[in-house]
Design a protein around this ligand. Structure first.
Ligand code: ADP
Ligand code: MG
Length: 432
């Protein structure tokens, strides 16, 4: 979905007041009854004036009229939520102007924005629901169990942005190499722009062997350090690891990296923690082996347990062996998913259903007593489940399919409230 801001500057304070009123009403009404909009649009003096504003907003597709069995009302559209988020960002001097879109993630659009002092930042607009359609198609049986029917994607996008902001904040404060977060409002998160490129664009000829060893070890150490602090990323792969551009172009031995994309992270107390941990490790192993033709050498005489890979006792970390002692409880501090599983609120349940889907849930819990052996069969065996990892559905992989197109149209329809959007028995959206 495009970020279309052309009308933004023509909107009056009254327009925004009614837009906000509709937004407030959405908190407990799927379709906000018109009288409730009157009530919540505090600035508006007359119903006639409010009605005119409502119809202006509907014309601009910021809200959309919906009828249900009992009453007529309005729904905020994605575009309406974009406008509200942008207005808040502008009003709080978080951003000054919006630049080009430069990334389309599996569940988000990424824009360059600039501050009043001319710094460039990144704005991530969460747009949930996109790839879930894909997953729905790929994994019908699974979704019967985790019914996404009637999921309020806009609402969940807000929760995802909030979660990501919380994750980034606590990780940044604790010295992890993640982008510095600046602000979150609704589904929009503003963070530091990483001067770099996704690891998926790295090729072997890009660097010397020594830096490969080091990058591999550093990436594995990151997973371990994160887990010892209480968290598992759950989508730790070459799309979500940014390689920093070197300040010194000749110094290719220092490949710094930054880890992004956190909303689906979980606690190490999550019941499937071991599985997700292994999958994150496997993603790195697979990328290094397949794309970089790199498998760390082994030597019996290496006994150093302070890292993984070449020169160290173990080639890669294993959850039950390497994550014994905690050094921190960031998960508890965050109340990360899986931590407070005894009393999940309704919100958490709905979000959890979605996040399970986003993580690319497995069929069964991985239970093998993993061998230290870095054998090929072990490696290949888990290639497939790593492919489940959600960023593998990413369209920036140059992967386009008919169903992607259809998903795009469905998302468009969802956000603009086009009629003829139905759901089948399985919970798939279908366009008539
Ligand atoms: P999604 O959850 O949709 O996968 P990501 O957070 O992974 O979204 O972002 C999508 C892409 O946008 C990334 O692969 C990366 O190329 C780019 N990107 C995201 N955040 C930043 C950032 N802070 N700095 C630079 N590029 C970024
Ligand atoms: Mg991503």
């Amino acid at each position: 979905m495009k970020l279309e801001t052309s009308h933004m500057r023509y909107l009056t304070a009254e327009d925004f007041n009614v837009l906000e009123g509709t937004e407030r009403g959405s908190a407990n009404h799927e379709i906000v009854p018109t009288p409730l909009i009157y009530k919540l649009s505090t600035m508006m003096k007359s119903q006639g004036g409010t009605n005119r504003t409502i119809s202006d907003l509907a014309k601009l597709n910021l809200i959309t009229k919906v009828r249900n069995a009992k009453y007529d009302g309005y729904k905020l559209t994605y575009k309406g939520m974009d406008y509200l988020a942008l207005r808040t960002l502008l009003a709080n001097d978080i951003i000054y102007s919006i630049g080009a879109i430069f990334g389309v993630g599996k569940e988000s659009d990424i824009y360059k924005v600039s501050t009043i002092t001319g710094e460039t930042r990144v704005m991530k607009l969460h747009r949930l629901g996109r790839t879930s359609f894909q997953t729905v198609k790929n994994n019908r049986d699974y979704l019967k169990k985790n019914d996404l029917m009637g999921t309020n994607w806009m609402y969940l996008s807000k929760i995802a942005a909030g979660k990501e902001y919380e994750f980034l904040s606590i990780l940044y404060e604790n010295g992890f190499n993640v982008p510095q977060p600046f602000f979150v409002t609704r589904h929009a998160l503003v963070m530091e722009l990483i001067d770099g490129f996704p690891m998926r664009n790295l090729r072997r000829h890009n660097f010397k062997n020594r830096s490969l060893d080091k990058l591999y070890t550093d990436l594995m150490n990151f997973i371990v350090k994160l887990a010892k602090n209480g968290l598992i990323h759950c989508d730790y792969n070459e799309f979500n690891i940014m390689i920093k551009n070197n300040v010194d172009k000749d110094d290719i031995d220092e490949l710094g990296f930054i880890v992004i994309d956190f909303p689906q992270a979980i606690s190490i107390d999550h019941k499937d923690a071991e599985y997700y941990f292994k999958r994150d490790v496997d993603c790195i192993k697979r990328f290094f082996k397949k794309k970089l033709k790199y498998v760390p050498n082994r030597d019996e005489s290496w006994l150093d347990e302070s890292g993984f890979g070449e020169g160290y006792k173990y080639p890669y970390p294993i959850f039950h062996r390497d994550i014994k002692e905690r050094v921190n409880d960031l998960d508890a501090q965050l109340n990360a998913s899986g931590f407070n599983k005894k009393h999940p609120s309704e919100v958490n349940k709905e979000m959890e259903g979605y996040l399970i889907n986003l993580r690319g849930e497995k069929a069964e819990i991985y239970t093998s007593d993993d061998e230290e052996d870095y054998s090929d069969s072990d490696y290949e065996q888990h290639t497939d489940d790593s492919e489940e990892s959600s960023d593998y559905y990413s369209s920036d992989d140059g992967y386009e399919s008919e169903s992607d197109d259809e998903n795009e149209r469905i998302i468009e329809a969802l956000s603009s409230g086009v009629e003829g959007l139905k759901m089948d028995k399985m919970g798939n959206y279908i366009l008539e």
